[in-house]
Design a protein around this ligand. Structure first.
Ligand SMILES: [Zn+2]
Length: 480
């Protein structure tokens, strides 16, 4: 599934992990939309004596009890534990932990010394901007959460509360993006040096701005809803949790038809032997596929990839046009892997679990905000100035969840690989395809522990090749 999030990748998963290093950005989708609590402040928050603590006049809300009284907190804590258990159970029970794995990966068996060296040098070069960008993201989120910086910035904004929420999202996103921009330029320069990117700066900038626009749009939607709830409902965490779930599911559903077309043109794969074979394979597999789409990825990259996104009426299998230059049997293997995702409804399951995680995030936000509000200089989530703390918490929550997401994703990817082998019974072509992907995308052939934890949504190519050999032994096929 990608995921992205929504953010980048919502959930689709590239079948092959393309080298897309810079993606480690901050937001995660799925974030919660949460919200914040209380406003205890002076009954009339009109004046702004302390500067940071009181609320502007139009934020005034009916007095009423503190949303953080002991009873409310206990209820939220109980809901958090119950929903947390349900989410963990859903994730654990739907993950194929027992999927086939191979022996120890051995890059030297399938890649030349020069290929291995090139991958190492490329990985080392990309790691720098990538980790620096991650560090900026983390530090900025920490500042938003633990200091009144966000509230001070938001304090300068004028207008009705909802407008200040939106402007707050825009301004804070712009600040962190400006800090990370030079690192993005650095990464892009490396991608060009290695021949992976074929974009010019105009289209690179347009892509980046469109990504930001999507991020700002989804975050604003979440935060306006959150602040609105907090202004009306004392136990806002209940509707916020339901809303976060619904928004995550809705965004994943419409992602392929609303957001993906912002970045690529998609056309039906043209008639010919390849299409005929792919459709016949889907039919043999019992997966209803009406079409295979081709994305014009070649206008920005030379990397090879394919993915499934959406579910139900929006589900689609997409291959990069760059992949069509590969020998036909290899393309069929890639699509067989994607059929595995379609057959298991991986995107739908990932989305539902992501939705539960978002709901959990909303409840957690309520509880955590109570402890942070003094430091952050905002008394209530009903105050638009709370936008900074909420964004910081969403970023931290998303980053904290990514190792678990990657762990689950790697097992789901391995299951799709096994599906591709079961369907094609062709481990030799599988290995050839993995080699081509790894060499063309300059994939990391031996990710270190940190990279594995933070970025590896797929097993490494040598691991996938080792698994194909194990499959061949198990099924009496010649071992490639
Ligand atoms: Zn996949």
């Amino acid at each position: 599934m990608k995921g992205r999030q929504m953010s980048d990748r919502q959930d689709g998963d590239g079948a092959l992990d393309a080298a897309e290093p810079e993606k480690a950005s901050s937001r995660g989708q799925g974030g919660s939309g949460a919200s914040g609590p209380d406003r205890e402040g002076p009954a009339q928050g009109a004046s702004r004596e302390g500067g940071e603590v009181s609320v502007a006049a139009d934020d005034r809300r009916a007095g009423g009890p503190d949303p953080y009284d002991g009873r409310s907190r206990r209820q939220a804590a109980v809901a958090l534990v119950l929903l947390g258990l349900a989410t963990v159970a859903a994730a654990v029970l739907t993950t194929p932990w027992q999927v086939l794995t191979g022996g120890p990966p051995d890059p030297a068996r399938d890649f030349t010394a020069a290929q291995i060296a090139r991958a190492q040098v490329f990985d080392a070069a990309m790691s720098l901007p990538s980790y620096l960008s991650l560090a900026i993201t983390l530090v900025f989120a920490g500042v938003l959460v633990a200091t009144p910086f966000g509230a001070r910035v938001l304090d300068r904004l004028k207008g009705p509360w909802w407008l200040r929420v939106i402007l707050g999202v825009v301004v804070l996103t712009a600040i962190v993006e400006l800090l990370r921009w030079p690192l993005g330029v650095w990464s892009e320069t490396l991608l060009r040096d290695y021949g992976l990117s074929v974009q010019d700066w105009g289209s690179w900038t347009a892509d980046r701005l469109k990504n930001l626009a999507v991020e700002v749009f989804l975050t604003s939607l979440m935060l306006v809803a959150l602040v609105a709830l907090a202004r009306k409902v004392r136990r806002w965490w209940i509707p916020a949790a339901a809303g976060a779930f619904a928004l995550t599911v809705a965004a994943s559903f419409v992602y392929p038809v609303v957001f993906e077309p912002l970045f690529n043109d998609f056309t039906s794969m043209r008639q010919g032997p390849l299409r005929t074979n792919l459709m016949a394979m889907a039919e043999r597999d019992g997966v209803p596929v009406e079409d295979v789409l081709v994305a014009d990825a070649s206008r920005r990259t030379t990397a090879l990839n394919a993915y499934v996104s959406g579910f139900g009426a929006t589900r689609r299998i997409v291959v990069y046009d760059t992949l069509l230059r590969a020998p036909q049997p290899e393309v069929e293997l890639v699509v067989a892997h994607e059929l595995g995702h379609a057959k298991e409804d991986d995107v739908l399951h990932g989305t539902l679990i992501g939705g539960l995680g978002s709901a959990l995030g909303a409840i957690l936000l309520y509880l955590v905000f109570g402890a942070l509000r003094r430091r952050a200089g905002v008394t209530s989530i009903a105050d638009p100035r709370a936008v900074g703390v909420v964004m910081g918490l969403m970023t931290l929550g998303t980053l904290l969840m990514s190792p678990a997401q990657n762990l689950i994703s790697r097992h789901i990817e391995a299951r799709a690989d096994v599906h591709a082998l079961d369907l094609t019974r062709d481990p030799a072509t599988f290995v050839a395809m993995q080699r081509r992907l790894a060499v063309t995308n300059i994939s990391d052939l031996s990710p270190d522990a940190m990279e594995y934890l933070l970025y590896a949504s797929h097993p490494s190519s040598p691991e996938r090749i080792a698994m194909a050999r194990a499959w061949a032994k198990l099924n009496g096929a010649p071992v490639p």
